[in-house]
Structures are given as structure tokens and as C-alpha cells.
Design a binder for this molecule. Structure first.
Ligand code: HT7
Ligand code: ZN
Length: 874
């Protein structure tokens, strides 16, 4: 497969003025008729052939302006159709046959649990009909769906239904009109035996919108939260961005087999059932929050993505980065804002930093790709969102809103670029964002080395910041970025933020300084006492910030920093320093000794009377093994696991009574509600239980058993069950696990949890359990959720077992990738990720991982898997 380059972009030779589709649904042979109203681009010369994308399509008929084409007038290849001579403006009629049941890739038209559905982003529409399948070709669509009336009572597509009727042979049809010009990737069709939940929303201008959620009958009781989230999101987008919904109908459909979380098709969002269905008995607090944020994310795309879309797929972050930023702000406004930031940054620093340091690292706007499906990455989404967040902070909230208003009005109905977006922000704010644009083209995580010195005599604090971005594949040299660093100076005597004066200007006690050069010195004057700097507050830029903090400094910041995020981060840094020592001790076979300063810091947190329980729970949570690994020059999974377990047990032993008290204070019999206060109390109680279970004393075991048996809500049940299953008391865990599995055998989303919690056990026998569960009747490689729950969870969340020294974890993953490469290349390519990180491990493991990558490479590969494996072995 050949790469596609951004520099080769050319506008489309032919525009689609209108698209008319008709689907006659059949599992093995669906007929798709397409009538395209086409026009040559004024700048293209007469005689330019018409080239349409098309894959795995069986062409049955083709005509131009009603004239059937002769065989020498067109050619069909693996990638599409060429019509050699066409007029300037014309009608193209095609009819193709596709096989939804044979579609295991879940891209294009496929069936899931008997229901027909589509997934067209990024390039799935070309598996439905011949079309210029690129986002800069936008057209209004009319779609007629024909199906069996008895088995497919519900027939949906984008827009509004305009006609319906009966047909001979027990069939029926519905015709849908979508007046908004859209690219093909936003097309959707659903047909099935679905139940509907309906609600209404009145927009800010007083228009009535019907909201519909379609699910299988047994899931009717799991829709309330998604519907409520949708209405909250609609209100928020009106209030925060002035954006109103633009059709009379907004539909969401839940499907069981889906490659990602959800899809923002115009007026007809299709959701992975895991991203929409919730019930207190079956979904955890985290699942409730995830549903809320995904419902909002897809809804927000109606403007940031659909009304204004991407010119080409290199601009993917234009819609995804902006929309993630929007959904993050929405969740922050709806829940605990500091905790939302802590959770997002924890995830980002663990997973995106690892991606940016690995062989698949790429800029937020890549300049080439082989398979765009491989670029739905943390870099495009999350780093893209961090860049938009920096922009918003740089220009200020008001200018940001003016900039987004300008962007939406200037480019409504158009397909545009990242520059168009940034230009609007520059225009609205008057800021020069030229250097800032480098964030989009430069891969890798920038590192800042900071040094500070307090000059008592002159009451000055000198801060020197040096930036460097490490080389990444294809980018050896890096340029200096414009990095906003939010900071405060916390007085060591007063414990308060000191006033900041820079170059004679008073900046208040919390300010942003702008690092634009490789190295810059900032001299703060009138600094009345020796400070500890609090740098990168709120994670003001997606960088690694190094400062030679001593442990006392970190304990001080943890207790006194006015910035909640940095207070939490100081605790994490302190724990990391202690963990470093313990990892070294484990590797050297030396006895591990707990740093008393960490115990005292945790005691301080417990006694500090922090009101926000959700923040307190975060402050009591140790860095994850994955994040610890991210900090190590060479990853030693066993030493990391041993060190973290030791710290957890030491804290549990020293603070046992505090954790017991915390547990008791936060238990509640109140009926479950996914409300921030309840979620916070549950998270605090469950953090306490984790510590108690780390030492498995009688009290902890009893509480975990009782919590499981009380069966109050899935958050508590799952947490207790996980702690039991991950513990050493099989006599207690096994019956609980069995009972749970039997109870929920008919609920796929709960069974996913049942699979995951077993394969993430740290015990050494888990590989056999993984193999055993792969043979379980409920396991299927064709269901992406199940693959993620079992294989994905094992490979990504069980480092000690996945990285077994005998390489059997790697072998299992490679075997699965090889099988999935044939069934579902998108999922196969994603699954390889942990093997691509081989360079972070010892030589023996490196060789074992590379051998598995070579074994995959020897297969006949999909472009998706080929691209990832080639990069990993380059
Ligand atoms: N924009 C959507 C992307 C998506 C997708 C991409 C590739 C393959 C399958 C997919 N399903 C959904 C989701 C989103 O970001 O909102
Ligand atoms: Zn998105």
C-alpha cells in the first residue's frame, strides 16, 4: 500500500449537487441504486475523467443521463470506477450489490444482532456505492430504505422522513430527505426491529425538536441517562457556543457491534451500545459519565464537524480536537471540574505521551498516511483538544467565543482546514498565532527543564525555562514551540501565592508566561519570601515539565498550592520519587523501606478536610503502573508492580483506621443516582476499600464481601468483585465470580466487565484464564467490545502477565491480531499497540516482541495492520 500525502491535495474534479439513494435490503445481496447529480469543477478542463471510489462492490448497472454505458466507456478496479468521458453536468445512475452479512470489518453496511446499520467514517461509504468518498464533496441526500415489514419495522436514515408505504411481498419503504449538504462519511442507515423512546427539546429560538432513542426491547430501561445527557448537551451548546440544533428530529440508535464509541451521522447518531445504555444495576459511575460525555461529543459534532467539516482527512483534528475540548468543558461544567481535569490529564500523560514517544508518533495534523483508520488516535483527539485548550487560554474566553462564532458563520456548509480555525481565533483576538501553529505539525512531547533561584538580597526569583522536543519518526529536527506556562510562586513562610511582578508589570498571583525560545529567563521582582514555584498549573500545556523539586517541596505544594490540579500533581510526583527508590530496591534485591514522608503526606491529605470528596479520592490514588512505567527509562513491569503494591500495603498498614473511617463515613443506602456528590462519595469509599483490601485483613475482606452481597449498584458490586478476584482468597472470590457470571449471562455489557476483571488479575495463572475465556461460548472475535474486554484488557491493563518473560502473552496477542486482520482490520491494527512499544523493555522482551511483530508481518496483511507493523519494525 502507498502513502497519501497532504501536499498532494487537489480540490475534487466533480461536485455532487444532489445524491439520491435507494436500498433494497437483503443480508447477502442488498441492492443499492445511486443517482448522482454531478458537475465538473469550473477549473477542471473538459475531458477530465470521472473517478469514483468503490470497494467490494458488484456493479450491476451504469448509465449517464439515462444512457446505459458500454463496457469500453468505463472501468472498474479494486479501488473504484472510472468513466472516461462525461459531460460538464450530468446524472449518473449506478446499481450495485453488497453483502451486509459478509461484512465483519463493520465499515460500510453491515448487520449487528440482526439489525442493518452503517459506519461510513472515514472511508466506509465507498463500500456502499461508487462515490467521491472524500469530506470536501458535500451534497443534500435523499434516501429510500426498503425492507421486510415484519422483521425490519424501523427504517431510518438522515434528515426527515418524507414518504412511507407498503410494497408487494410483505416489504415496506421509508424515504428520508436530508436538506443539509453533507459529506458521504456522515451518511447513515439503520433498519431493524427496534423500540423507540421519545422526548422533546425546545431550542433557544423556540423550535420544537423530537428526540428519539432506538434500542432493542430488552434495553428500554437503560435509556434515561442518555436522553437526559442529550438534553443537557443541547442546552449547554446553546448557552456556551450559541449553537442550536438544525433539524426537526434527532435520533440515536444503539448497536452491539461497533468499532468505536459512536458516530455523529447527521441527525442519526449511531452508538456502540456500551456508549449509550446505562442502568444502576448494570453500569458503573464511570460508564454513566462516559455515556454523558460521548452523547455530548457526538451532539456537539453537529456544528464542529457536520455543519463545518474537514477539507481532507489530514485535518481530522479540526473536528475531533475541537469537539473533545467541547465535551471536556461540558463534563467539567456538569460534574467536578478539578476531577475531570485530573482524570483527563492522568489518561493523557499515560497514554498519549506513550504514543508520542513510540514508533507510531505523528503530528496532530499528519502529513501522510497509508490508512486513515489508523489515525483516530489519542494524538489527533486528546492532544488536539489540549491545543484548542491552549488557544482558548491564550486568547481568553471572550475572544475564543468570538473566534468560534466567526468560524461557524464564515465556514457554515464548507469543508475547511486547521488554518481556517486558527485564523478565526487570531482575527477575533488580534494575537499572532503563527508560531503557535507549529503545535499541529510537530510530533513528540515537548520537555521543559526548569530551574529557579531566589535572590534574597534583591527579592528576585529567576526562573529559567529550556524547551526541547525529542526526535520522532521522520522528524529529526524540532523548532521551538509557543508554550503557555501558567504558574504561581508559593511563599514558603506564608504558604500563600505571592504577587507576581515581571518586567515591571503586576500580574496578580497566578499568571501565564510565554515560552517561545529554546531558552528564556523570567525574573520576578518584589518577591518578599523564598518561594516554591508551582509550574504548568492546570496542565497549561501538553508537555513534560521537569523541576528539581525536593520531597519537602512536593509535600509543601501538596499541602499549600492554590491550584487544585498542581496540588494533586505534587502528591503524584512525591509518590513517584518514593516509587523510584523502591523499584531500584526491588531490582537490586535490597529490602524495601517505605519513605515516611509519603506516609505523612497521605496522612496530611486525610486530615486536611478537603471538601470535594472526588478530589480527595484522586489525591489518595497512587499513580497507575502504566504511568509509573511512562516515567522509567526502561520498563521493568515486575519491579513496578512490586513497588506499587508495597507502597499501597505500607500506606494501608499505617493508615488502616483512617481508611476504615473513610469507608464508614461514605457508605450510603440512598437509592443510586449518577449525581456528582454520590459519585464522589462512592469513589472515596472504594479507594478506601482498595487500601484495606491491599492488606486483606479481616475488616477489609468483610467489607468487600458485604459490599458485593449488598448488590446496591454496579459501581460498588464491580469494585468489590474486582478486589476479591484480584486478591488471594479464591475461596471467597470464585463463588462470587460464578454467581455474577450466571446472573448477567444475558447482558453483554455486564459480561464484558466479567471478562475484563478476570483477565486483569495480577496472579501468574491468568494467561490460562485468558485462553479459557477465549473458548467461552460468550466470546467472539467478531464483537469489538468483547475483544477489547478480554484481549485488550489483558494486553493493556495487566502488564506483569502480558509481559511474561516467556513471551507467551505476546504470542497470544499476535495470534489474535493475525486472526482479526482477516475479520476486522481496524480493530486488529489497534490491538497491536502494546507490541509496538518494544523499545521500552529489556533486550529479551524486545526480541520476543519483535519476533511476534515479524510473525504478523509475514501474513497477507490489511493496509491497517501493515502500516502499524511496518512502523513498529522500522
Ligand atoms: N467521528 C467518529 C469516528 C468514528 C470512527 C472512525 C473510524 C472507524 C470507526 C468509527 N466510528 C466512529 C467518532 C467520534 O469521534 O465522534
Ligand atoms: Zn468525534
Amino acid at each position: 500500500p502507498q502513502p497519501i500525502y497532504l501536499s498532494d491535495y487537489r480540490p475534487p474534479a466533480y461536485r455532487v449537487i444532489r445524491t439520491e439513494l435507494s436500498f433494497d435490503l437483503d443480508p447477502a445481496a442488498t441492492r443499492v441504486k445511486a443517482r448522482l447529480h454531478l458537475e465538473r469543477h469550473p477549473e477542471r478542463e473538459a475531458g477530465t475523467p470521472l473517478e469514483l471510489d468503490g470497494e467490494q462492490l458488484d456493479l450491476k448497472a451504469i448509465a449517464i443521463d439515462g444512457q446505459v454505458l458500454g463496457e469500453d466507456e468505463y472501468a472498474v478496479g479494486e479501488a473504484g470506477l472510472i468513466v472516461h468521458r462525461v459531460p460538464q453536468a450530468f446524472l449518473l445512475d449506478t446499481e450495485v450489490e453488497v453483502a451486509p452479512d459478509a461484512n465483519t470489518a463493520l465499515s460500510g453496511l453491515y448487520r449487528s444482532s440482526g439489525m442493518y446499520c452503517t459506519q461510513c467514517e472515514a472511508e466506509g461509504f465507498r463500500r456502499i456505492t461508487f462515490y467521491p468518498d472524500r469530506p470536501d464533496v458535500m451534497a443534500p441526500f435523499s434516501t429510500t430504505v426498503i425492507g421486510d415489514a415484519a422483521t425490519l419495522p424501523v427504517l431510518l436514515s438522515n434528515g426527515n422522513p418524507v414518504e412511507r408505504g407498503e410494497l408487494p411481498g410483505g416489504r415496506h419503504f421509508v424515504t428520508w430527505e436530508d436538506p443539509h449538504p453533507k459529506p458521504s462519511y456522515l451518511f447513515a442507515l439503520v433498519a431493524g426491529d427496534l423500540e423507540k423512546v421519545e422526548d422533546r427539546f425546545t431550542t433557544m429560538s423556540g423550535r420544537e425538536v423530537t428526540l428519539q432513542l432506538f434500542v432493542e426491547e430488552e434495553n428500554l430501561d437503560k435509556t434515561d441517562h442518555a436522553m437526559a445527557s442529550l438534553k443537557r448537551a443541547m442546552t449547554w451548546d446553546e448557552q456556551t457556543y450559541g449553537r442550536e440544533y438544525d433539524l426537526d428530529l434527532f435520533m440515536i440508535v444503539a448497536v452491539n457491534d461497533f468499532n468505536m464509541g459512536a458516530m455523529e451521522n447527521k441527525g442519526l447518531n449511531i452508538f456502540n451500545s456500551a456508549a449509550v445504555l446505562t442502568h444502576p444495576d448494570t453500569a458503573t459511575d464511570a460508564a454513566f459519565q462516559r455515556v454523558e460525555s460521548i452523547v455530548a461529543h457526538e451532539y456537539f459534532h453537529n456544528w464542529s464537524g457536520n455543519r463545518v467539516t474537514c477539507r481532507d482527512w489530514f485535518q481530522l483534528s479540526l473536528k475531533e480536537g475541537f469537539t473533545v475540548f467541547r465535551d471536556q468543558c461540558f463534563s467539567a461544567d456538569t460534574n467536578s471540574a478539578p476531577v475531570k481535569r485530573i482524570e483527563d490529564v492522568s489518561f493523557f500523560r499515560t497514554a498519549q505521551f506513550a504514543e508520542d514517544a513510540g514508533p507510531t508518533a505523528h503530528p496532530v495534523r499528519p502529513d501522510h498516511y497509508i490508512e486513515i483508520g489508523n489515525f483516530y488516535t489519542l494524538t489527533i483527539y486528546e492532544k488536539g483538544a489540549e491545543i484548542v485548550r491552549m488557544l482558548s487560554n491564550l486568547v481568553g474566553e471572550e475572544a475564543f467565543r468570538r473566534g468560534s462564532d466567526l468560524y461557524f458563520s464564515r465556514f457554515d456548509g464548507q469543508a475547511v482546514t486547521i488554518e481556517d480555525f486558527v485564523d478565526c481565533m487570531a482575527e477575533a483576538s488580534g494575537e499572532d498565532l503563527g508560531q503557535f501553529l507549529r503545535w499541529y505539525s510537530q510530533a513528540g512531547t515537548p520537555e521543559i527543564d526548569a530551574h529557579g533561584e531566589y535572590d534574597y538580597a534583591n527579592a528576585e526569583y529567576r526562573l529559567v525555562l529550556r524547551q526541547r522536543t525529542p526526535a520522532t519518526p521522520g522528524q529529526a529536527e524540532k523548532q521551538a514551540l509557543h508554550i503557555p506556562v501558567r504558574l504561581g510562586l508559593v511563599g514558603t513562610k506564608s504558604g500563600r501565592d505571592l504577587p507576581l511582578t515581571l518586567d515591571g508589570e503586576a500580574l496578580g498571583t497566578d499568571a501565564v508566561i510565554h515560552l517561545r525560545e529554546d531558552e528564556q529567563e523570567f525574573v520576578f521582582t518584589e518577591v518578599s519570601e523564598a518561594p516554591v514555584p508551582s509550574l504548568g498549573r492546570g496542565f497549561s500545556a501538553p508537555v513534560k515539565l521537569h523541576f528539581p523539586y525536593g520531597r519537602e517541596d512536593l509535600a509543601f505544594l501538596q499541602a499549600h498550592d492554590s491550584d487544585g490540579f498542581n496540588r494533586w500533581d505534587a502528591g503524584q510526583r512525591l509518590a513517584l520519587l518514593a516509587l523510584d527508590d523502591l523499584i531500584a530496591a526491588h531490582r537490586n534485591g535490597v529490602e524495601k523501606v517505605m519513605d515516611p514522608r509519603v506516609v505523612e503526606a497521605f496522612r496530611g491529605v486525610l486530615e486536611a478536610r478537603i471538601d470535594d470528596k472526588a478530589v480527595l479520592a484522586q489525591m489518595l490514588t497512587l499513580p497507575s503502573e502504566a504511568y509509573i512505567a511512562e516515567q522509567q527509562p526502561l520498563v521493568d513491569v515486575d519491579a513496578i508492580h512490586a513497588a506499587r503494591t508495597f507502597v499501597k500495603q505500607s500506606l494501608a498498614a499505617s493508615l488502616r483506621d483512617d481508611f476504615l473511617r473513610l469507608y464508614e463515613q461514605n457508605r450510603s443506602e440512598a437509592p443510586y443516582a449518577p449525581q456528582p456528590e454520590q459519585i464522589a462519595a462512592r469513589s472515596l469509599k472504594n479507594v478506601a476499600l482498595s487500601y484495606l483490601m491491599a492488606i486483606e485483613d479481616e475488616a477489609g475482606l468483610e467489607l468487600a464481601q458485604a459490599q458485593f452481597a449488598a448488590n446496591h449498584n454496579m459501581t460498588d458490586v464491580r469494585h468489590a468483585l474486582t478486589l476479591l478476584v484480584h486478591g488471594s482468597r479464591g475461596d471467597i472470590a470464585d463463588p462470587a465470580l460464578k454467581a455474577f457470571g450466571e446472573k448477567w449471562v444475558h447482558d453483554p455489557l455486564v459480561m464484558d466487565q466479567w471478562f475484563s476483571l478476570q483477565v486483569t488479575r495480577p496472579q501468574a495463572d491468568v494467561l490460562d484464564r485468558v485462553k479459557f475465556l477465549m473458548a467461552h461460548p460468550a466470546f467472539s472475535l467478531k464483537n469489538p467490545n468483547r475483544v477489547r474486554a478480554l484481549i485488550g484488557a489483558f494486553a493493556n491493563q495487566n502488564p506483569v502477565n502480558f509481559h511474561r518473560a516467556d513471551g507467551k502473552g505476546y504470542r497470544l496477542l499476535a495470534d489474535t491480531v493475525i486472526e482479526l486482520n482477516r475479520l476486522n482490520p481496524e480493530i486488529a491494527a489497534r490491538l497491536i499497540t502494546p507490541l509496538t512499544r518494544w523499545a521500552r523493555f529489556d533486550e529479551t522482551r524486545q526480541e520476543l516482541m519483535k519476533a511476534e511483530l515479524e510473525r504478523i508481518r509475514a501474513e497477507e496483511l490489511s493496509p491497517n495492520v501493515y502500516e502499524v507493523v511496518e512502523k513498529a519494525l522500522a
